[in-house]
Design a protein around this ligand. Structure first.
Ligand code: KG4
Ligand code: ZN
Length: 347
């Protein structure tokens, strides 16, 4: 089936056309229009500005994706993110999906953004075919600007959160530390770039909740430790690199150790990561080493699918569709009557 994916939960407008069946995933179109440059001026995402930008680019992006090649009859379903995210941003994607569904008479599959990140490892992976049930149970580490969660995935569509952050998300901590170091927004990519030039052993930073018995995280204390360290100091370029490296190492240490402890406790056969922070090279490398040592498989999304995109939304929509009865699938034609954005939802 061919699914049109729509994503607008934060500061990326994205449209994808994905042809998926039991044999494989064919990504026919995957467009992402990022607003990062605009929000960077304000040091973070401004919801009102984000919503206006989504309105501006959504239809041109759709037009580009459909081109001359695809017509309404070529689309089997529309998968759209309904949350979590900024309400005014989500509304743009949802209203676009509703209008298309009404005019084309096609079903809408509402998708939880986190579920999208969860399936992102399947995208363009040579090893992860559409149906790879042998990798379950799997431990999924979801790390983004708004979430840090460990998820036990028992099968397609069957997941349970086993722990999460009690305060800041790890991506948020990267962004806040970058602000403290005057490195701009978003912080993740620039911190990891500067970290590559620094010494991670130079500054001793805490590893919050590393030894707690549960699978919860806390990143606000780590950020505060960086703030104490930098307050009143005149930082040279070398100092900034060392702080970035030490902060990255502390974050990655906690994420990797807790993930691997979950793998052991739940006898998982694989580890998956998803979300914007999954683009962090150090995290990818350390998880790969740890998974290898534990004898479990490790899958991560291709770099371009780590951040927000509509291809992962289409894919999550596919698995949701496949798990439904024919009647339930038919009822999705009417989804436009009641679909609403939700700012915060669990998996
Ligand atoms: O998934 P995402 O694109 O949006 C949300 O759903 O939040 O994640 C964005 C987050 C930001 O906090 C950004 O700083 C972080 O992902 N990020 C990174 C890296 N690239 C993006 N964090 C660490 N290292 C990176 N290379
Ligand atoms: Zn995201």
């Amino acid at each position: 089936m061919r699914i049109l994916g729509i994503e607008s939960s934060c500061d990326e407008t994205a449209i994808s056309l994905v042809n998926i069946n039991k044999k494989g995933i064919d990504i026919e179109r995957s467009f992402v229009s990022s607003q990062i440059d605009i929000h960077a001026k304000y040091g973070g995402v401004v919801p009102e500005v984000a919503a206006r930008m989504h309105v501006e680019v959504m239809i041109p992006l759709l037009q580009e994706a459909m081109g001359r090649k695809f017509k309404a009859e070529d689309i089997d379903a529309i998968a759209v993110t309904y949350g979590p995210g900024l309400i005014t941003s989500l509304l743009v994607g949802i209203e676009t999906a509703k209008t298309l569904s009404y005019v084309w008479n096609k079903p809408i599959i509402p998708v939880n953004h986190l579920e999208g990140h969860l399936y992102s490892s399947w995208l363009e992976s040579d090893e992860l075919k559409v149906d790879r049930r042998d990798i379950f149970p799997s431990i999924v580490l979801l790390v983004s600007g708004g979430h840090t969660e460990l998820v036990l995935m028992k099968d397609y569509g069957k997941f349970k959160s086993i722990g999460g952050t009690r305060d800041d998300a790890v991506g948020e901590a990267f962004d806040k530390v970058a602000k403290l170091l005057d490195l701009g927004y978003p912080g993740g990519p620039i911190i990891s770039e500067r970290a590559a030039e620094g010494n991670p052993k130079e500054i001793e930073l805490p590893r919050p909740m590393l030894n707690s018995k549960n699978f919860d995280f806390s990143f606000s204390g780590l950020k505060t430790a960086v703030r104490y360290y930098v307050t009143g100091k005149k930082l040279r370029e070398r100092d900034v690199n060392n702080i970035a490296a030490s902060f990255q190492e502390a974050s990655v240490d906690v994420l990797v150790q807790k993930t691997m402890r979950a793998v052991e406790q739940y006898s998982a056969k694989s580890v998956l990561i998803g979300g914007g922070v999954a683009a962090n090279k150090k995290l990818r490398k350390e998880l790969l080493i740890a998974a290898d040592r534990a004898g479990v498989e490790f899958f991560c999304p291709k770099m371009k699918y780590a951040g927000d995109n509509a291809t992962m939304i289409a894919l999550a929509g596919y698995y949701k569709w496949e798990s439904m009865s024919k009647d339930k699938q038919k009822s999705l034609i009417k989804t436009w009557e009641k679909l609403e954005p939700v700012s915060s939802i669990e998996l």
